[in-house]
Design a protein around this ligand. Structure first.
Ligand code: NAP
Length: 342
């Protein structure tokens, strides 16, 4: 196939969080006519949109002085990307801005063959395309305990969250007892952050020693507002519309107890969505995609770029993911120009 074969996509973007839609926005404005595999949503009347679809109010994304809900923000990102010609892989085929509503659910990229260029991307519902360049922006999922009430209240904005930095400053948590589950650096960081707002912050940790680095652990121990509940695991979350308490179990004695709370924050790690790559891209020990150059979006495969939380185990914010999506689109644009692909 020649480099100018019009059946070959110039850039395919996999993923539809802030990184994916920002990459699509920049790529479409650069006339690259990007094709996005947004992934499959929980139902046909919501967007996929990644972790922000589980976030109630986003108050730290510049440009929204009154705040905005995560789903509303993703809807705006989506519309802005489509306005400039981004196309979407939907169940019934490729959809443009005027067609998306008619094309049913969006497809996941089920398989990527990056072994030879052009790359082959296969959807999860009978769709295959070839692409000169690919941007991976599949994000990461916060880990949850998997308790029914925990997930229900997280989805409904009932005071359960997996991101204290995103949600912790909301009025519902001011001067109220809050808790963080986990004993790693994130748990300490979240508890420290929450201690600025809550009346008291409990750290619920399943062992008698924190996993967090010494300096971070000391920070939690030295903070008067933080109390570490050792050897405790979360077994249930109580409350109808909003959390009122957590049920805990002692991991040593098996004794159960109830802790009154107005907010619960899970900090038990994240899992990057990189398994579908089947080892074709270099990953770090925690399965995040390794960038070939930390200041850019290049990977170990020429023509494959990566952006957002599938790359980033440190910052994990919508704004940082968006910035990385922008970089990936600019890198792809320059890479295509260098190859003479227009
Ligand atoms: P992490 O280091 O993997 O810690 C996860 C914590 O959650 C651990 O304490 C673990 O308990 C607990 N946990 C996991 N599954 C659980 C379950 N099912 N039930 C109860 N507890 C559970 O994850 P992280 O804290 O998100 O950190 C990820 C990486 O980012 C780390 O390398 C960390 O150093 C880095 N980080 C750095 C900073 C910083 O330096 N400022 C801030 C945040 C993150 P166990 O300890 O018993 O396994």
């Amino acid at each position: 196939m020649s480099a100018q074969d019009s059946s070959i996509e110039k850039v395919v973007i996999v993923g539809s969080g802030p990184a994916g839609w920002t990459a699509a926005l920049y790529a479409s404005r650069a006339n690259l006519n990007p094709l996005v595999f947004p992934g499959r949503a929980a139902s046909s009347d919501v967007l996929p949109g990644g972790q922000l679809m589980l976030t109630t109010d986003v108050e730290n994304y510049p440009g929204f002085p009154e705040g905005i809900t995560g789903p509303d923000m993703m809807d705006l990102f989506f519309k802005q990307a489509l306005r400039f010609g981004t196309r979407i892989v939907a169940d019934k085929g490729i959809a443009t801005e005027s067609e998306v509503g008619l094309y049913g659910q969006f497809q996941n990229a089920a398989n990527l063959d990056l072994s030879s260029s052009p790359f082959t991307i296969t959807g999860d519902n009978d769709f295959e395309c070839k692409a000169h360049s690919v941007i991976i922006a599949t994000g990461a999922k916060a880990n949850w305990m998997g308790i029914e009430n925990e997930l229900r209240l997280a989805k409904s904005g009932g005071g359960v969250s997996a991101c204290a930095v995103c949600d912790g400053a909301l009025p519902a948590f001011r001067d109220k007892p809050l808790a963080v589950v986990g004993g790693g650096d994130s748990a300490v960081e979240e508890a420290t952050y929450l201690s600025k707002f809550g009346s008291k912050v409990y750290m619920i940790h399943r062992r008698d020693e924190l996993r967090a680095s010494k300096i971070m652990a000391q920070r939690a121990i030295d903070n008067d507002k933080i109390e570490i509940l050792w050897n405790k695991t979360l077994i249930d979350v109580l409350g109808d519309d909003h959390i009122t308490a957590a049920k805990l179990k002692d991991t040593v004695t098996g004794e159960e107890s109830t802790l009154d709370l107005s907010g619960l924050f899970l900090a038990i790690g994240h899992t990057p969505a990189t398994e579908f790559l089947n080892g074709q891209l270099d990953l770090d020990a925690k399965k995040y995609i390794k960038l070939a150059d930390p200041y850019r979006s290049t990977t170990n495969i020429d023509g494959v770029f990566a952006a957002g939380d599938c790359v980033d185990s440190v910052y994990r914010q919508a704004i940082t993911a968006s910035g990385m999506g922008c970089k990936a689109a600019l890198d792809a644009e320059r890479w295509l120009a260098d190859k003479g692909i227009e």
